[in-house]
Ligand binder design. Structure first.
Ligand SMILES: [Zn+2]
Length: 406
């Protein structure tokens, strides 16, 4: 018997609450999605808690759960997952921080993205920060896309026991109230270093030509660095070690690729995959079919429904679900020539009404020749409640149902 193949399709933020404008139905219930419904019809459904109740509803945490990793054990922070994606190798005790370029005005944090600064400008500012504040083999700044940079502390005298504030949660707050703080005495030195660099960066960046130019054009300057989301790399067992399968991940979102990298998966980059409504659905399907020849499992992550949820646009959300269904899942199904188990689910909900991620458990369906179907006929939040898998309280159980059913 040939080894079973697995397709894991994640529609980011796809789950929702009933929407008034949709007569109390959810976008998943209203969308025309024959392929997802067929998978639910032939498969077995259930409800899954991907976000532990005491954790924040983010994509990294949810995707860890789905891939079988208890996020309480393996989620070490956003920084190390972004570092993995960027090809930055972390030593055992290295600490990776997300390091935003922000706008500070009269002692207040006014913009977590420095006016959505361009990557070219951001890179130039970060080069200046690196030249002035970096230290070889100890303090590294890595410029990224737009305002999203990284800071790596590589010295055993640093600690990750630091309380940092995500800058998007502190708009309009005084800098002095949200500076990094030590959780333990061992972190005092780290905090002193971070705070010194935050204030030094202001001095260095304030009159930088890039910022002088931005201000002259009425744009917000990137006049301060803001470290947060820190952690050491998680030393997770790979999917091969846990389930005896090899995997590939297809996503336009850095941190989702980061989860895949720590799980030992190959990152497959698809041209035109944007993480937005205009993403290359067909390309993702074609690359997934190709990757499936080499690997046992391919994870395909689509960000667009989450974006529609954040923008509060239910029509757009329905369109993203229909695109995912027709242009990706339909194309995949037609292209499969061997026995394959297919699972579809959101990582978390991003309801139209609240326009942000929530911790609500999500519907899932698994269609596999090895799994007995239930009588659920559609894929949505309500139908899945009657699914044969019931309610899985621990998200990491999903993977054992999906791949260990032989
Ligand atoms: Zn997500």
């Amino acid at each position: 018997m040939t080894q079973m193949k697995y397709l894991l399709i994640i529609g980011d933020g796809m789950a929702d609450y009933p929407v008034e404008a949709l007569n109390g139905k959810t976008p998943l219930q209203v969308a025309n999605k024959p392929n997802m419904d067929e998978l639910a019809f032939k498969g077995r459904s259930g409800i899954l808690r991907t976000i532990p109740e005491d954790m924040a509803p983010g994509s990294v945490i949810a995707n860890l759960s789905i891939l079988g990793y208890d996020p309480k054990k393996w989620y070490t922070g956003r920084g190390p997952f972004e570092a993995a994606t960027r090809g930055i190798r972390l030593g055992k005790n290295d600490i990776a921080f997300r390091c935003n370029l922000i706008t500070e005005e009269n002692g207040v944090l006014v913009d977590y993205s420095a006016g959505y600064i361009t990557s070219d400008e951001g890179r130039e500012l970060m080069r200046c920060v690196e030249d002035n504040l970096g230290k070889p083999n100890e303090i590294d700044f890595c410029a990224g896309v737009r305002y999203r940079n990284l800071l790596i502390l590589r010295n055993d005298s640093y600690s990750d026991d630091v309380l940092c504030t995500p800058p998007h949660d502190a708009l309009g707050v005084k800098i002095s109230e949200i500076l990094p703080r030590a959780k333990t005495p061992a972190a005092e030195f780290t905090v002193a270093t971070l705070n010194r660099m935050i204030f030094d960066s202001k001095r260095i960046l304030e009159d930088h030509p890039v910022n002088v130019n931005r201000v002259a054009l009425g744009k917000r300057p990137g006049n301060m660095i803001w470290p947060w989301g820190q952690g050491k790399k998680p030393s997770m067992p790979t999917l091969q070690e846990r389930y005896g399968i090899s995997g590939a991940v297809i996503s336009a979102v850095d941190v989702v690729k980061g989860v895949g990298i720590y799980a030992g998966m190959e990152v497959v980059n698809v041209p035109g995959a944007t993480g937005y409504y205009d993403t290359n659905y067909e390309g993702k399907a074609d690359y997934a079919l190709e990757a499936l020849k080499k690997h046992d499992m391919v994870l395909i992550h689509v960000e667009a429904p989450d974006e529609a949820g954040h923008s509060g646009d239910h029509e757009q959300k329905i369109r993203t679900i229909e695109d995912l269904d027709r242009r990706l899942i339909g194309r995949l199904s037609r292209g499969l020539d061997e026995e394959c188990a297919i699972a579809v689910l959101p990582d978390h909900a991003t309801p139209i009404k609240v326009r942000t991620h929530t911790k609500d458990p999500v519907p899932f369906t698994i269609c596999s020749p090895l799994i007995e179907p239930d009588d659920v006929k559609c894929f949505d939040e309500v139908s899945a409640r009657r699914g044969g898998f019931g309610f899985l309280e621990r998200g990491e159980l999903f993977m054992s149902l999906f791949v260990a059913a032989e």
